[in-house]
Ligand binder design. Structure first.
Ligand code: NAD
Length: 256
């Protein structure tokens, strides 16, 4: 039976690890040819090896989403390998720990930490969207873009103001782009995961996993594949009337 992304070309950023890796694998299983982009190029190649071992087709691309020239090259490389881009998952991101010590309230965050967080988690998504849309408009035929936001794009979280600000920005960017390109057949949505067990959350889960689980009605962490299945569907033609949406996948955290 044909997969829901049969014949599509997909670009996944942050595809070397966690949610991005799982999504690249699921997209390939569903029939897409996948460009796996990440600043950790060797790890992106490992994702490609997983896909190829399962009979799929993928390429690895190195690059930093905060650098416009790198993002333009990611798109160009995808098009030179596969001819076009139908779906994109703008997912590369960092947690607060990557830019400073955990547990800081807003007044304790350095400007450098705040700026770096926004550069990766918001500007990086903007740059990807900009170059993907440019390609989709040029090739014609529409497309589907999913940005990774978070429940932190919808609610506040203490000691994560920079992360929360960036993710709220992703939700706003998604809504505006959805309106702008609806007439071009380009759908733009975001996925809003709750706490998912990945390398990004390993230390946080070790340090305060019990405290977090007490707030999750399902009393467990998500696994990357649970986000990946939804993103693949959102990128497929099955989601043809969905645009501008924030799709929450969080074990009930945001509802409680
Ligand atoms: N894990 C969670 O609980 C959770 C919850 C909500 C949202 N998210 C979001 O999901 C996305 C993926 O997170 P994950 O948990 O899979 O993390 P992860 O650390 O496992 O994977 C993130 C990937 O992004 C790449 N990356 C980081 N900065 C980059 C840059 N500047 N350029 C290119 N690649 C870069 C990393 O190399 C890594 O491979 C992030 O945007 C994160 O904010 C995660």
């Amino acid at each position: 039976m044909a997969g829901i992304l049969e014949g599509k070309i997909a670009l996944v950023t942050g595809g070397a690890s966690g949610i991005g890796q799982a999504t690249a694998v699921v997209m390939a299983r569903e029939g897409a040819r996948v460009a796996v982009a990440d600043r950790a190029e060797a790890d992106a190649a490992a994702t490609v090896a997983l896909i190829n071992a399962a009979g799929g087709q993928a390429i690895a691309i190195g690059g930093d989403v905060t650098r416009e020239a790198d993002v333009a090259a990611m798109v160009a490389r995808t098009v030179s390998a596969f001819g076009r881009i139908d779906c994109a998952f703008n997912n590369a991101g960092i947690a607060g720990r990557a830019v400073g010590p955990p547990g800081q309230r807003s007044h304790e965050l350095s400007q450098a930490a705040f700026d770096t967080m926004l550069a990766v988690n918001l500007t990086g998504v903007f740059l990807c969207l900009k170059h993907e849309v440019t390609q989709m408009l040029a090739q014609g035929g529409g497309g589907a873009i999913v940005n990774t936001a978070s429940i932190a794009g919808l609610i506040g979280l203490a000691t994560s103001a920079h992360y929360v600000a960036a993710k709220h920005g992703v939700v706003g960017l998604t809504k505006s782009a959805a309106i702008e390109y609806a007439q071009d057949g380009i759908r733009v949505n975001c996925v809003n995961p709750g706490y998912v067990a990945t390398p990004m959350t390993r230390e946080t889960i070790e340090e305060r996993g019990e405290e977090i689980l007490a707030k999750v009605p399902m009393r467990r962490f998500g696994v990357p594949g649970e986000i990946a299945e939804a993103v693949a569907w959102m990128c497929s033609d099955k989601a043809s009337f969905m645009t501008g949406a924030s799709h929450v996948i969080d074990g009930g955290y945001h509802a409680a």
